[in-house]
Ligand binder design. Structure first.
Ligand code: SF4
Ligand code: SF4
Length: 348
């Protein structure tokens, strides 16, 4: 079934902004027609570093804004985005791909970075192109593109903070874009869209707003995440919150109560998965019976603790949000659970 993008859907994504977006990966006849209509074209360079491609796959599955809409359709009059460079889905390869990059970076463009940036040994462990027979490290490319970009969107947790790629002991010395820019003295605005992967709406809506109204129009939190999508905790919006408050905790998967003891990181995770829904807007983690593993947090995964062990709420900054009384009760339950677990391990 063909799904047509409506203005309403798009405005929803842009969280209220009257944003416009279309994309082209390469020259389509339709693209030529759009250009002929004198649309303002906005080039985008999308570079992938140390990651798994999952963020690209997530965006390719965007819905109800289909990838066809994004690539070929003028969504709202006036602007058209041209995705000129993307390591894995662009048609060009080799020298042609490098030429597309060099041609595009001579003018204004928005930069999207997916994956972390490995610093060890001068970036040797992540090469993203070749020139005169020599590999070009991600560090060199982003160090060159970053200062020229009108804005940078770090898509996914790896690009935002290192993510899985930087999990301790982080042997590649991987960092996110904001940290890389800080070390290099690059002042281009960075907006983080974390998630492992991020929901396609989080990226599409953010990009739309950046392109229509500028990066400064995007309200962000202290982790540079758009408040429109990351403004509340999963816990605050969770349908199992009543069970948490009543100290009713699932001990096994499949039980309907709060998943805290099974490792849920919802109390410290900021995202709107419960209203956004995944998989073509059908389900989300907790509704499917799985604890939130905190994938939209910059601390994910290495600094949130083991996936299926409860976090220590006494150390979180979100006690006000989760309710001090409930937190205290849960910390007690956690302590008991941890003690039991240690006992079991020591007797192993
Ligand atoms: S701990 Fe997890 S399952 Fe329990 S209420 Fe909070 S977000 Fe929901
Ligand atoms: S519920 Fe948690 S783990 Fe699941 S997608 Fe949302 S932020 Fe990530």
């Amino acid at each position: 079934m063909t799904v047509r993008l409506s203005r309403r859907h798009f405005v929803e994504l842009a969280a209220g902004s009257t944003a416009a977006l279309g994309m082209s990966l390469f020259k389509y006849p339709e693209f030529e027609r759009l250009l002929a209509q004198s649309l303002q074209e906005v080039p985008v360079i999308w570079f992938q570093g140390s990651g798994c491609n999952g963020c690209s796959v997530s965006v390719l599955n965007t819905f109800p804004v289909t990838i066809q809409n994004l690539l070929l359709t003028e969504v709202v009059s006036g602007k058209h985005v041209s995705l000129r460079v993307h390591n894995t889905v662009m048609a060009a390869q080799g020298d042609l791909a490098m030429k597309a990059l060099y041609d595009t970076e001579t003018g204004p463009f928005a930069l999207v970075v997916e994956g972390g940036i490995p610093l060890k040994d001068g970036g040797f462990y992540c090469e993203v192109g070749e020139k005169d027979g020599h590999g070009i490290p991600m560090t060199e490319t982003i160090g060159r593109l970053g200062p020229k970009a009108i804005a940078t969107i770090a898509i996914g947790t790896c690009a935002s903070s290192g993510g899985i790629s930087s999990t301790p002991p982080n042997i590649g010395e991987v960092v996110g874009v904001a940290e890389f820019y800080k070390q290099k003295g690059i002042t281009t605005p960075v907006i983080n869209v974390p998630g492992c992967p991020p929901h396609p709406d989080w990226f599409v809506g953010t990009l739309a707003q950046v392109l229509m109204n500028g990066p400064e129009s995007v309200e962000v939190d202290e982790d540079l995440r758009p408040l429109a999508f990351y403004g509340k905790t999963i816990h605050d919006q969770c349908p199992r919150r009543g069970s948490f408050t009543a100290n009713q905790f699932a001990k096994n998967f499949g039980e309907p109560d709060c998943l805290y003891l099974l490792g849920c990181k919802g109390p410290v995770t900021h995202a709107d998965c419960n209203i956004r829904l995944w998989n073509n807007k059908t389900r989300w983690c907790i509704e499917a019976g799985a604890p939130c593993i905190g994938c939209a947090e910059l601390k994910f995964p290495g600094h949130l603790g083991p996936i299926h062990e409860p976090i220590d709420l006494s150390k979180t900054l979100d006690k006000a949000a989760i309710g001090i009384a409930a937190a205290a009760a849960v910390v007690g339950v956690t302590a008991a659970a941890v003690t039991k677990s240690s006992g079991e391990k020591s007797g192993h």
